[in-house]
Design a protein. Structure first.
Lengths: 498, 468
């Protein structure tokens, strides 16, 4: 501790009628002691304890002191430093403290804290897009707070999903997800969703792009949606057993705004599909299934059937004609998709006509492409598959991989018809045609490459369906609002008929 | 299934993770709160998952924290440790988790030496050191005896103890009498002045207080005093001015009524009035009563003890009984007396972090803006500290209201899981003892526990949750 003061000068003064609390005085002592040329400082009320400290520092006052007096004791290297230090003490004691501005708001670090800070009235929803291993804690916060949660995160262990969905069921709330990218709740579009009109149809969706296709076609037919409740791609698997689907159906059944329900999914586990059908039959709201399968391969057909239920005429689905390249009999189908369900739909429609279609998300395990995205023959690639989105954004945001694949296809010289999806709406690329048009133009300049685009969106989307469709058609692409129609058109160009 | 009105009106959204969603939600005019999420500060993700999914946890934590809130605290007696703790001869209690002489830091050694001299077990410092080093004097944590002690927490058989009871749940807790500031045993000083004062406390202060407390028609409601302190600029750990004056006011009539020489009565009142930390030794057992009421609740992840022995920081949780989870004690940051500096300070020491465990002290910093200046901070810093602590804790204690926060209750019941998830460690206000035995107090400031304590507790709680 105390080293003896360096040789120099000192000032030890007792002042009466000055009081500052001990914390303030300790601050002053510290600040003055940090000045150049000051070797020791004690500014303190002259209590016996402080006088003892001063004596230990060689700075004891010569005259008797009382505890009501302020001791200002300073040792410095020279007179100038001493005078400056004495003046600094005076200034510090006279200084008015800064005003007490209100606290910097402390941001919530967890969903629990964030929900806690909301005003008590009105519904709330949590959105979780943290890395999958940590999503369970955030989602569990929402359930504990009695709120529903949309889990966008992927990589969430299935046992977490099951536990969360059971807890949510018990708490009377819904877990949308994990890996749920699309929902519309009371008019609020969450994640990748389109600007669609409000209306009587509730969607329960185990598939994001499937829900987007269906809700956009309904909108184009003049029919709106009440809610789109995503449940996550695994919900209809054996492991999860449709826990969220059953709760979402029950919620829509109780919702006065929902008059009909459409269930959209990739192929479900048969036992789960049966359980969901049985549950749906018990509801007062009519439920129609748009679950893709080899027998029901067509989302557009499901929408048309629903329109029939509603007594609404099926419109001519919007489309744009592209360049007339003539048919390419014997060429191969190259489907380069960003939406997994749309890719599935294309394969389900193509397979009966073309035979086996290979894919990174194949209909049968033996059709797996593995990592060879440039394989020859009929191929459909889902660029949105988790394996291709590691370390990069979803292809609906970052088109790089798909643009490279288009370039590679044109360079390969393999005669082909190119089938693409372009998904519009919130969360998607602000102008997908801007990147796609130069790539298509370059590819078509190099080789004969008919292009067919399934353009999923609405006029009201930020990107505007017509604006995008016109730009793509000007580049030679045939554009369809319906993915099923787009696929059939591509099959027609291959000389095949679906 | 109504989903809590989710489908009836546009929901307010709280989002954690990538903010691309929030931007498009705002573009739609939705009300969005972005969580400042970050990966947990520590802990295996699988352990965290096991705990957040443990179906017992919510109920267990509610049970634990409700016991904390329900606990009362009244002063029932003052008695020597020998009698009330049934302390065996040649036993000294100390602060924090268990430790032996070899690992003891300077101030703890100083306190042990002082107590050994004070009890007459040795007549010289060297003899005391020899006895202690040979293990001929047993050491045990205060916490193992329903007791707490500030700083070194040195409690030997002849020392008088405040005896407090929880009239609601029946618990008992004990704490020695505060010696004042400067060269004191609890800061590791053991010179003649210290031993003389301890002798006076044994011979005069203790007996007078015992008679006074026993004569009071209504026992002193210590919890009520603690609650009032927060209304008066104290936080109950580093600032006890109002509480000490209130204790003096409550005890004075009884002290004056004691059958003792008037000079002794005057000395007792002068001693109490001259020690602005006098109340700390009443506040600590009050917090101890509340936290002990929450012991042994399987599945609860709430912290019941935070305590330091000058070498290690230890915590216990409601779900893991009396098991200690320890890590190296940190050195506080703050202001120093005289020309003491950071190199003179010993690592963190004392059971007084029981105050923060209870939700006051550093957790209620907003109630005592003066305290934040110990680290050169500002009043907004004090408010922000308390705001952060709300995110670590299970509930708010309505009995401990913080005026500047609109009388919001103090943040109470530290959840190990929340500590991991936020990455924020509990904030503790503390005194600083000199590193060298015999020095005494060198300053006061702020300190945090080492994260290792919480890391170990999290792993142990997760293991227990999986086994349950």
């Amino acid at each position: 501790m105390s080293s003896p003061p360096r040789p120099g000068v000192r000032s030890v003064v007792l002042r009466s009628g000055v009081y500052a609390d001990s914390v303030r005085l300790m601050q002053v002592s510290r600040d003055i002691g940090a000045r150049d040329g000051v070797s020791a400082v004690l500014v303190a009320m002259a209590t016996p304890l402080n006088l003892e400290l001063a004596a230990g520092m060689g700075l004891a006052p010569e005259e008797p002191a009382t505890p009501e007096q302020l001791l200002v004791a300073i040792a410095a290297d020279d007179d100038a430093a001493l005078a400056a230090a004495v003046a600094a003490v005076e200034a510090a004691l006279a200084e008015r403290q800064r005003s007490t501005a209100s606290a910097q708001a402390v941001p919530a670090r967890t969903i629990g804290a964030g929900l806690d800070a909301l005003p008590a009235d009105g519904p709330a929803l949590a959105i979780v897009s943290v890395p999958g291993a940590y999503a369970v804690a955030e989602a569990a916060d929402a359930i504990a707070a009695g709120q529903s949660v949309l889990v966008f995160s992927d990589g969430v262990p299935v046992e977490h999903e099951v536990a969360l969905k059971r807890a949510a069921h018990d708490a009377g709330v819904l877990v949308m997800g994990p890996d749920c990218g699309t929902a519309i709740v009371s008019g609020v579009a969450l994640g990748f969703a389109n600007v669609v009109r409000p209306g009587p149809v509730g969607l329960v969706a185990a598939s994001g792009t499937g829900a987007q296709q269906v809700s956009c076609l309904l909108d184009m037919a003049g029919v709106g949606v009440s809610h789109v409740l995503g449940v996550g791609g695994r919900d209809l698997s054996e492991a999860v057993g449709g826990l969220a689907t059953l709760d979402a159906l029950a919620a829509l059944d109780a919702d006065p705004a929902t008059e009909r329900v459409l269930l959209v999914s990739k192929p479900p586990a048969p036992s789960v599909a049966a359980a969901v059908s049985a549950a749906a039959a018990q509801l007062s709201v009519p439920v129609r299934s748009a679950a893709l399968s080899a027998q029901t391969p067509d989302l557009t057909a499901a929408v048309e059937a629903l329109l029939g239920d509603l007594g609404v005429a099926v419109p001519e689905w919007p489309s744009r004609s592209g360049a007339d390249d003539g048919a390419l009999p014997g060429a191969v189908l190259k489907g380069l998709y960003s939406g997994g369900t749309l890719a599935d739909e294309a394969m389900l429609l193509a397979a009966p006509v073309l035979g086996d279609v290979r894919s990174n998300t194949p209909l049968r395990p033996d059709l797996d492409l593995g990592t060879d995205l440039a394989a020859t023959g009929h191929v459909v690639v889902d660029f949105g598959d988790d394996a291709l989105t590691v370390g990069r954004a979803h292809p609906m945001i970052d088109p790089t991989l798909r643009l490279e694949a288009i370039d590679r296809l044109a360079a390969s010289g393999e005669p082909a018809v190119l089938l693409l999806d372009v998904v519009l709406g919130y969360g998607a690329d602000a102008d997908p045609a801007a990147a796609l048009v130069p790539a298509l133009t370059a590819a078509r300049a190099r080789t004969t490459l008919p292009v067919v685009v399934a353009l999923v969106g609405t006029e009201a989307d930020p990107q505007g369906w017509s604006r995008q469709a016109d730009a793509l058609a000007a580049a030679g692409a045939h554009v369809f609002a319906s993915n099923a129609q787009a696929t059939r058109h591509a099959l027609g160009l291959l000389g095949a008929r679906a | 299934m109504s989903l809590g009105q989710l489908l009836s009106a546009p929901p307010a959204v709280v989002a954690a993770g990538v903010d691309v969603f929030s931007a498009s939600l705002r573009a739609q005019g939705a009300e969005v709160t972005d969580v400042d999420w970050r990966p947990p500060g520590f802990g295996d993700p699988a352990d965290l998952a096991a705990l957040v999914l443990d179906p017992r946890r919510a109920t267990a934590n509610r049970t634990a924290v409700e016991r904390v809130l329900a606990a009362g605290s009244v002063l029932t007696d003052v008695r020597p440790a020998r009698e009330v703790l049934r302390l065996a001869d040649r036993t000294i209690l100390h602060a924090g988790p268990p430790i032996d002489w070899a690992d003891a830091s300077g101030p703890l050694r100083g306190g042990l030496i002082g107590a050994t001299l004070f009890e007459g077990w040795a007549s010289t410092v060297e003899e005391a050191e020899r006895l202690l080093a040979a293990g001929e004097i047993a050491l045990d944590p205060c916490h193992h005896h329903s007791a707490v002690g500030p700083m070194a927490g040195i409690t030997s058989p002849s020392m008088w103890m405040w005896c407090l009871e929880d009239p609601v749940q029946g618990g008992k807790a004990y704490c020695n009498l505060n010696e004042g500031l400067g060269k004191v045993l609890r800061m590791g000083a053991f010179n003649e002045e210290v031993l003389t004062r301890l002798g006076w406390m044994r011979d005069v202060l203790g007996p007078v207080l015992a008679q006074a407390v026993r004569s009071m028609a209504e026992p002193l409601d210590v919890k009520a005093v603690l609650a009032q302190m927060l209304q008066m600029g104290d936080e109950g750990h580093n600032r006890n001015r109002a509480g000490s004056l209130m204790a003096l006011r409550e005890l004075s009539p009884a002290v004056v009524g004691v059958d003792a020489p008037s000079s002794d009565v005057a000395a007792v009142l002068r001693f109490i009035g001259g020690n602005e930390h006098f109340f700390l030794n009443l506040g600590m057992p009050t917090a101890k009563l509340a936290m002990d009421a929450a012991r042994d609740v399987p599945g609860s992840t709430m912290v019941t003890v935070m305590a330091r022995n000058g070498t290690e920081f230890g915590i216990q949780t409601a779900g893991t009984g009396d098991r200690w989870f320890t890590g190296p004690a940190q050195t506080p940051v703050g202001l120093f007396l005289g020309d003491y500096g950071p190199d003179d300070a010993n690592p963190d020491i004392g059971d007084s972090a029981i105050m923060e465990t209870y939700g006051v002290g550093g957790f209620s910093m907003a109630a005592a803006p003066a305290i934040v200046r110990f680290v050169g901070g500002t009043v907004p810093d004090a408010l922000a500290t308390t705001e952060r602590m709300y995110q670590l804790t299970l509930t708010e204690n309505p009995a401990m209201a913080i005026p500047i926060l609109g009388f919001r209750g103090s943040p109470t019941g530290i959840d190990v899981v929340s500590v991991a998830r936020t990455g924020w460690l509990p904030q503790i206000n503390t005194g600083m003892a000199g590193r060298v035995a015999g020095t005494g107090q060198v300053g006061a400031g702020l300190v945090q526990p080492p994260r290792e304590c919480f890391e170990q507790a999290l792993a142990a709680l997760a293991q227990e949750a999986r086994a349950a």
